[in-house]
Unconditional design. Structure first.
Ligand code: NAD
Length: 528
């Protein structure tokens, strides 16, 4: 097997995982492929944690995230029992039907409703279900004790229950204080998962929940599944000894991965970590297709806008921007692109879009969408020059892209016209329609397609299996990408949903291309 090698062009610290030539050794993998085809104060640490971006802006496996606990979910799936809203779950004594109180959720009585939500999500997450079925014979995660911190939604519940079916014990908290579906958390608790999460946690609750997951007498985690890096950071700060038993960290988010590379660079990463964010099956699907499917939904639900003939400027033509533009173009919108990168700009040109500077079109456009992952892309000056009723929103990770702070000045009036919709009114009566206060539009105002989340969740599950089962020495204390063969495997698990029939290489063709008939089919540097 070749040694870990840097992924060309992505930076020296980005390491490509070793090839898994013997991926089939996980017989469960091979078979499935062949099948159809009270109050804790952490005062000193809190200061440090506040340096991190607020969790309200993070990308999720979430159906819908409200930025405020008092806002309603846009998803029909939401359910709140206002009768117990005043009482903190931390003050309540709750037990599930089996008498266990090893959890902390809003209201365990919501479990039945949450179970239905999970069952609906399962319909579109068949790859995880097929992994589960295989696990009836084999338990590739037997003995794994996974501590997780992700959005707690119907889709992540399917992932968590799959990990349990594969043999793992799980303790789970939420990576976002607003994104937990309370009924889903209740269903997980009823099923025996030690879940500590509810929608509308305070910052203190947030760390308390994470702490309850990590700090448990007689139970010590040996795997971490994180989304955003807060859990990992907590273990580093409060329980560094836990890393003696941890076999690996699996991280989904851009932010969390960034932190892992920083740790690695500083020589402080003490276990192997898997960067799921940059897996092809995450980046090229979640970022692109998830946004292609949800941008229109988010805009429609909030504004009832008609897209045909509307002039829209999309800032950033990366994966997210490409997805947004494809959807907008299909509905007849006239789309302009802004880009800093000549390659992405050229792609936009070739795809038939006009590449412009924002200043050139800001007076005429009806909608402005940011997808750059950058800051101050839309400034107060731009906002001043927009026409009446211009809609402004963000699809990027954090709420830094639109300078919303600059709009909080005495001369401008804010009018909340709908949940997540503000009219910002200038002295001359001009209104700008600001969505979700500049936070991720789709995750704040619409739902996200379950199927795409299935692809990400399957990638996370396989990353856990790979790290947990890897022989000593395969992975060092560094950040790795999932081996390509596993990316291909994740994709293959999702093909039956489309009744897609793969063409098999003939021996002659395989020889001609220098490929193994069973993959991997592309070199690591292939960009898809
Ligand atoms: P990407 O790097 O592929 O694309 C970002 C693009 O923005 C790049 O091409 C870059 O050149 C361009 N850019 C940077 N600064 C710019 C500026 N000032 N003006 C114009 N263009 C600029 O990243 P991506 O995968 O498209 O993700 C973009 C953001 O969306 C990230 O913050 C990511 O975390 C987030 N994201 C959101 C969702 C969602 O569901 N809404 C899903 C995945 C990722």
């Amino acid at each position: 097997m070749p040694d870990a090698m840097p992924l060309p062009g992505v930076g020296e610290e980005l390491k490509q995982a070793k090839e898994i030539e013997d991926a089939e050794k996980y017989s469960f993998m091979a078979t499935v492929t062949k099948a159809p085809k009270k109050q804790i104060q952490f005062a000193d640490d809190m200061q440090e944690f506040t340096k991190f971006p607020t969790k309200t802006g993070r990308r999720s496996l979430s159906r819908s995230i409200s930025q405020s606990s008092t806002d309603s979910y846009s998803s029909a799936a939401s359910y709140t029992d206002s009768s117990d809203d005043e009482v903190s779950p931390r003050e309540k004594q709750q037990t599930n039907s089996k008498g266990s109180s090893n959890f902390c959720v809003k209201n365990i009585k919501q479990a039945e409703f949450g179970r239905r939500e999970i069952e609906i999500a399962e319909q579109d997450m068949s790859a995880l279900i097929s992994l589960r079925k295989r696990a009836q014979g084999e338990k590739p995660l037997a003995g794994a004790k996974i501590v997780g911190c992700t959005h707690i939604t119907a889709q992540t519940a399917v992932l968590i229950e799959t990990l349990c079916a594969l043999g793992a014990q799980c303790r789970w908290s939420a990576c976002n204080i607003y994104s937990t579906q309370n009924e889903v958390a209740a269903a997980l608790a009823e099923a025996g998962v030690a879940v500590f999460a509810w929608k509308g946690e305070s910052e203190d609750d947030f760390w308390w929940c994470i702490d309850r997951c990590v700090n448990m007498d007689g139970w010590q985690a040996n795997m971490i599944l994180d989304d955003g890096g807060d859990l990992t950071h907590w273990v580093y700060k409060k329980y560094p000894n836990v890393f003696k038993k941890i076999r690996g960290i699996v991280e989904e988010s851009v932010t969390g991965v960034h932190r892992l590379y920083q740790l690695s660079k500083a020589g402080k990463l003490c276990v192997p970590a898997m960067n799921v964010n940059d897996s092809v099956t995450k980046q090229k699907f979640d970022n692109l297709y998830c946004c292609r499917e949800s941008i229109l939904d988010g805009l429609k639900r909030t504004t009832d806008v008609m897209f045909g003939g509307k002039q829209v400027v999309v800032c950033g033509y990366g994966e997210v921007g490409k997805g947004c533009c494809a959807a907008l173009k299909a509905l007849g919108a006239i789309v302009y692109i802004t880009e800093i990168d000549p390659i992405c700009a050229l792609q936009a040109c070739m795809d038939g879009f006009r590449v412009v500077k924002l200043n050139e079109v800001i007076r005429q456009v009806d909608v402005v969408i940011t997808c750059t992952g950058n800051k101050n892309v839309v400034t107060r000056e731009h906002l001043d020059r927009m026409k009446n009723s211009c809609i402004v929103c963000n699809m990027g990770h954090s709420n830094t892209e639109i300078d919303v702070t600059s709009l909080r000045t005495p001369e401008l009036t804010w009018e909340r016209v709908r949940s997540q919709v503000d009219h910002v009114i200038w002295p001359d009566g001009k209104r700008v329609v600001l969505l979700a206060e500049g936070r991720l539009l789709n995750l704040s105002c619409s739902t996200v397609p379950t199927f795409v989340l299935s692809i990400t969740a399957t990638t996370q599950a396989l990353a856990l299996i790979e790290l947990y089962n890897a022989p000593e020495g395969r992975y060092k204390q560094d950040v790795y990408l999932l081996p390509k063969k596993m990316d291909e495997y994740v994709a293959s698990l999702h093909l039956p949903s489309f009744d897609a029939h793969l063409t098999e290489l003939t021996d002659d063709q395989a020889k001609y291309l220098g490929l193994n008939k069973n993959g991997p089919f592309k070199p690591n540097y292939y960009r898809y």
